[in-house]
Design a binder for this molecule. Structure first.
Ligand SMILES: *Cc1c(COP(=O)(O)O)cnc(C)c1O
Length: 369
């Protein structure tokens, strides 16, 4: 019996997205090996964090890098770094810090921005409903401003200023820019694009999404001084980041994941996803009451395709919401994303080999009943 089975927990074929509630992603062998090896020795955690960070900085062409327990922790530590730097004295009166405002564009509000408020920051939401957004951003910056937070992703760009404009306006007033790029891989070049190429001060990536590192890992890259401040506020120091401690296993697991990620041919990977989506269209598109389409980019704005099935319940005998429910309740358990109540999205990039065929068979069976 498998370890999940013993507990009465059913495993899932994940054709939805790299979601924390489904376990993030599946770690490849080199990552598992690195974590197992890391677990076998005691080590000076300060030294390990520093060396792993230096290696990750080299690999990602950044000044500095830091491993934390997830992109949400990355937001928390980045906010602290921009609000008060490394100086412990600065936190004596926390959260009453002299600089504690972090500006965010309304179009880019995401549930994760709570992590910034958790650090004691006051989020200042700006929008361009009445005035040009460039002016609104510039006017919002004041002596209390600690940073501008930019949430990257094609799906959040509507009605938002582009990153280069945000950087130009913020830097003109000596305010750093934090980029939440948690799900913006592939392409791997994004590991240095926001910071080295576009000039953002910090960029944050999730270790448990496309990088396929440990689920409880995240990567912050960017300016040396700010990364040093993230380090100062994080474990093993007894500071505000202590409850979100990162283990030696996550540090070395994430390093192995980044090394592997940078050695992969991502165009070939994406070409494979295209073939899977085409196979799904060919296998399901002719069924009565079904429209099968390729949609692009995916839900997080990543440059990978998905399948969208739209159902006419009168002909298909089932609604989109019912199909999604039955895939989840059936055996094997399959997770797909909802397209309202009329259809579903099916994602190729989260699947293990051969699962694309199981999905086709299950959907065909449910639609032909
Ligand atoms: C997934 C995600 C996060 C959180 O990432 P974790 O590594 O799970 O903490 C934060 N911001 C955005 C935009 C995300 O998509």
């Amino acid at each position: 019996m498998g370890i999940y089975e013993t507990l009465g927990v059913r495993t899932v074929i994940n054709a939805d997205a790299r979601l924390t509630r489904l376990g993030g992603s599946l770690m490849p062998e080199p990552v598992l090996q690195a974590m197992a090896e890391a677990a076998g020795n005691y080590v000076d955690m300060h030294e390990l964090q520093l060396r792993v960070g230096q290696r990750l900085a080299e690999l990602t062409h950044n000044e500095a890098a830091y491993v934390c327990t997830g992109a949400a922790t990355g937001l928390f530590l980045s906010a602290l770094a921009c609000m008060a730097g490394s100086d412990e004295q600065a936190f004596a009166d926390w959260p009453n810090l002299p600089k504690r405002e972090i500006i965010i564009q309304k179009a880019q509000r995401v549930p994760y921005d709570l992590a910034v408020r958790q650090a004691g920051a006051q989020l200042i939401e700006i929008h361009g409903d009445e005035c040009p957004l460039e002016e609104v951003l510039s006017d919002a910056i004041n002596p209390q401003t600690a940073a501008v937070l930019f949430i990257a992703g094609e799906h959040l760009s509507q009605g938002a200023l582009p990153l280069p404009t945000v950087i130009e306006i913020a830097h003109a007033r000596n305010v750093p820019v934090i980029v939440d790029a948690a799900a913006q891989l592939p392409p791997p070049e994004n590991l240095w694009r926001y910071t080295r190429d576009l000039g953002a001060d910090l960029a944050i990536f999730s270790g448990g999404k496309d990088l396929r590192g440990p689920q409880a890992s995240g990567l912050i890259v960017g300016r040396e001084e700010l990364i040093a401040a993230c380090r100062a506020n994080g474990a093993p120091n007894q500071r505000l980041g202590r409850p979100m401690k990162v283990g030696k296993e996550e540090m070395l697991g994430l390093l192995a994941a980044v090394e592997l990620y940078l050695s992969q041919d991502h165009n070939a990977r994406i070409a494979g996803f295209e073939r899977t989506v085409q196979y799904w269209i060919d296998s399901l598109g002719h069924l009565p009451g079904v429209v099968a389409e390729r949609v692009f980019p995916n839900e997080a704005g990543q440059p990978t395709p998905r399948l969208r099935l739209t159902l006419d319940p009168a002909q298909a005998g089932i609604s989109g919401a019912e199909l999604r429910q039955q895939l989840w309740e059936g055996n094997p358990r399959i997770a797909v994303a909802a397209f309202g109540t009329t259809g579903i999205y099916v994602t190729p990039d989260t699947l293990a080999p051969n699962e694309e065929t199981i999905i086709v068979e299950r959907i065909q069976a449910l639609l032909q009943r």
